[in-house]
Design a protein around this ligand. Structure first.
Ligand code: HEM
Ligand code: NAG
Ligand code: NAG
Length: 491
């Protein structure tokens, strides 16, 4: 009797592996997949910034990890990412909604919506960003204003070592406030401090161990105390502030030309009142607002933090930026985003900062909406798709010195700026960053204002600031201090 049972079990196990072997034949390669638990064990407990790139070296530019029965497909390097994002743009356009994201976002807004809702909200978002005049005089004026405030705050340190992280985060957040609400907040404002805390708390929760626990056991975690409670409450607080602002805008709606994101949205709601397919409503608006804070604050703020850190570490490069800015912009008060064209070296440095210390680790997870054949491999409907943008920015077949901070990546022999096809920090295809233009404008304007006003130096006794990032959803610099020494030549 026992003999029969053992034989039967052996047969079943063999069948399991054979079936997996047959069906796995055309899946992309990856680490050994075990029954039930899959192959995620291979990553270990701690994700390292180069984990993905190492796996690609071993398994190729398209590989799969198994989250139990769920394939997690990573596209790595320029060729594979480009093919995935451009040639399979539609099949890979859906966002993966985990239990936590479902709880918080309800599938509304832009970043975490899919299908009809996403198409409508996104289309509106794209047109509205354009109408708000980003890159033209309108919004640029407010960004300049914010940059001047930041210069003043830096000046208060009087050249002594200070940590620029919070002032930068506040200024960048105020740019989003200007875009969405039509006004900024004084940094001491209680409501603003609370909003910043909630946005920041939510961002640090993403990709933490606590989030993984929630995704694995949502039904249990819901009833337990822990960081997820705070993250959910924080998200709810951001939404209720958004709702308050919407109410205030409704009171004055129609009294003037639309000036901010909420104004334009309320007009759109009116226009499509009688359209049964319209997804324009106040709840979607509140979620769109939350999305702009989530996508548009930490990203640009971290880029600027890395910028100052790298320039303090590379005084030779900083000096060249200073010289170019002095030559071209002089001490004249006004300059515009368009002036970037006259500053090829500065522009190259900004691009190189975004390439060399890219701030997103996995990019936004997607989910395949149909079976796809790509590079001879089979990717089933429902697979999680990761386009590893960081691997594109470090791709050794596209960059001369990928591991080195080298602005020459974006300059020709005569010092002219050159665009590079593998520069894809904003992604590509249907889900390409909605705030790309805003991000480019604000990073340039903040950067140029700060460098016109200060020389950034390492504090006394410090040889170099640490470039090894803190790994979360984003790659953030470790907290650091530097000195912003006023330059008198340009005042
Ligand atoms: C340095 C700054 C920034 C970087 C590197 C960046 C990068 C990205 C990337 C790679 C994506 C695509 C994610 C995917 O493929 O699924 C994305 C999406 C998005 N970004 Fe940005 N971003 C930046 C700044 C901003 C700003 C300032 C805003 C808004 C005002 C913004 C709004 C968005 C939105 C709404 C999406 C979602 C689009 C969608 O799902 O359809 N981003 N961003
Ligand atoms: C991807 O699309 C481009 C442009 O449409 C095309 O030239 C290229 O051959 C496609 N690549 C693959 C592998 O299908
Ligand atoms: C609404 O959507 C349905 C189904 O997608 C479509 O058949 C119909 O034409 C749409 N109506 C309007 C007014 O756009």
């Amino acid at each position: 009797m026992l003999g029969v049972l053992v034989a039967l079990l052996t047969c079943l196990l063999m069948l399991h592996f054979l079936r997996q072997h047959w069906s796995q034949k055309s899946y992309p390669p990856g680490p050994l997949r075990l029954p039930i638990i899959g192959s995620f064990w291979r990553i270990g407990v701690k994700v390292h910034k180069d984990t993905n790139i190492k796996l690609a070296k071993k398994y190729g530019n398209i590989y799969v990890l198994w989250l139990g029965p769920m394939p997690y497909v990573v596209l790595s390097g320029y060729e594979a990412v480009k093919e995935g994002l451009f040639n399979h743009s539609d099949a890979f356009a859906a966002r993966l909604l985990t239990p936590f994201l479902k709880t918080v976002t309800k599938g509304q807004g832009i970043i975490f919506s899919n299908g009809h809702t996403w198409k409508q909200q996104r289309k509106f978002g794209v047109t509205t960003m354009r109408k708000l005049g980003i890159g033209k005089k309108g919004m640029e004026h407010q960004i300049q204003e914010e940059a001047h405030q930041l210069v003043e705050i830096f000046a208060r340190a009087k050249g002594q070592p200070f940590d620029p992280a919070m002032p930068i985060f506040n200024s960048i957040s105020n740019v989003i406030c200007a875009v969405v609400f039509g006004h900024r907040f004084p940094v001491e404002d209680k409501e603003f401090i609370k909003l910043m805390g909630d946005v920041y708390g939510l961002l640090t929760f993403l990709c933490s161990i606590s989030q993984y626990l929630y995704e694995l056991l949502p039904e249990i975690m819901k009833h337990l105390p822990g960081p997820h409670r705070k993250a959910i409450a924080g998200a709810e607080a951001v939404l209720s502030l958004a709702r308050e602002e919407i109410e205030k805008h409704k009171e004055h709606h129609g009294a003037h030309e639309p000036q901010d994101f909420i104004d334009f949205y309320l007009s759109q709601m009116k226009k499509s009142e009688n359209d049964p397919n319209s997804t324009y409503n106040e709840e979607n608006l509140a979620h769109c607002i939350g999305d702009l804070f989530i996508a548009g604050t930490e990203t640009s703020a971290l880029t600027l933090q890395w910028a100052l850190l790298l320039l303090a570490n590379h005084p030779d490069i900083q000096e060249k930026v200073h010289n170019e800015i002095d030559d071209v912009l002089g001490s004249s008060q006004e300059f515009h985003y368009q002036d970037q064209k006259k500053l090829p070296y500065t522009k190259a440095v900004i691009h190189e900062i975004m390439r060399f210390q890219y701030i997103l680790l996995p990019g936004g997870p997607r989910q395949s909406t149909k079976d796809v054949n790509m590079r001879g491999f089979f990717i089933p409907k429902g697979a999680i798709i990761i386009a590893d943008l960081r691997s594109v920015l470090l791709d050794p077949t596209h960059w001369e010195t990928p591991e080195e901070f080298n602005p020459n990546h974006f300059l020709d022999e005569d010092g002219n700026f050159v665009e590079r096809e593998a520069f894809l920090p904003f992604g590509a295809g249907a889900r390409v960053c909605l705030g790309e233009q805003l991000a480019r404008v604000e990073i340039f304007i903040f950067f140029a204002n700060l460098l016109r006003a200060f020389t950034f130096l390492l504090p006394e006794g410090v040889k170099e600031l640490n470039t090894d990032p803190i790994v979360r959803f984003t790659l953030a610099p470790r907290p650091y201090k530097l000195c912003a020494v006023p330059r008198n030549s340009s005042s």
